[in-house]
Ligand binder design. Structure first.
Ligand code: COA
Length: 195
């Protein structure tokens, strides 16, 4: 992941940089936490070994079909979460956004309001994508409130769409188009100040 290790997006309270191998021990800690994994579309528990294998696979795809970033506290450099883009499609010009604030003492501080504009600015401004979408499970009302506050609109509820944790899960899909992002001057201004 050398290219993205260099990549830094600076906000006020947090910055984003490429995911590093040293960050990986945090993933099992976060994703095996029941309060976190019940909100995610993934199977658990995960081990450090499966995380390392995932990291090696993801490293091959960086720059092409995915970007994985660590969310770091500007004051302390502590890694508090992960974000990025999956399924980057350069023909259809879309990608899937994801985000987890794994350190729960950072919840409720509206950190996503810094993270989301930085990633969208990169997606629309640098990668020149046209649409960013994201998935939430129906119970994840907290996350949807965060995403809607940041300009995402719901465009679908897909019944029994994704298999994980032993069942086919329903999924809400939210999206933001580049033209919608550009229209929102205040958010654009915030993100322009961000890196
Ligand atoms: C969803 C998530 C990214 C939101 O991060 P956050 O830092 O809590 O975001 P915010 O500070 O904007 O708070 C969002 C809402 O969570 C609620 N919240 C705040 N503190 C909370 C806490 N300690 N516990 C639970 N919910 C809390 C608040 O109601 C807040 O709503 P508000 O906008 O009315 O204040 C984070 O909770 C998370 O990573 N959760 C687990 C993984 C996940 O759901 N990822 C998204 C999957 S698509």
């Amino acid at each position: 992941m050398s290219d993205h290790r260099e990549m830094v997006f600076s906000g006020t309270r947090v910055y984003l940089r490429g995911l590093e191998e040293n960050d990986l021990t945090l993933r099992p800690k976060w994703f095996n936490d029941p309060e976190i994994n019940r909100t995610l579309l993934m199977d658990y528990p995960i081990s450090l070994a499966t995380t390392m294998a995932w990291f090696r696979r993801a490293a091959q795809e960086q720059h092409h079909s995915r970007i994985d970033l660590s969310i770091c506290d500007t004051a302390t450099d502590r890694v508090i979460g992960m974000t990025g883009l999956l399924r980057i499609d350069r023909r259809h010009l879309h990608a899937q956004f994801y985000m987890t604030i794994g350190e729960k003492d950072y919840w409720g501080r509206h950190i996503p309001d810094e993270v989301i504009p930085m990633v969208l600015r990169y997606a629309f401004g640098n990668l020149n994508l046209n649409k960013i979408y994201l998935w939430t499970i129906p119970a994840n009302t907290h996350a949807r409130r965060v995403y809607e506050r940041n300009g995402f609109v719901q465009e679908a509820c897909m019944a029994q769409h994704f298999y994980c944790r032993g069942a086919l899960q329903d999924i809400y899909q939210h999206r933001i188009l580049k033209e919608e992002w550009l229209k929102d001057a205040p958010r654009k201004k915030t993100s322009e100040g961000g890196d």
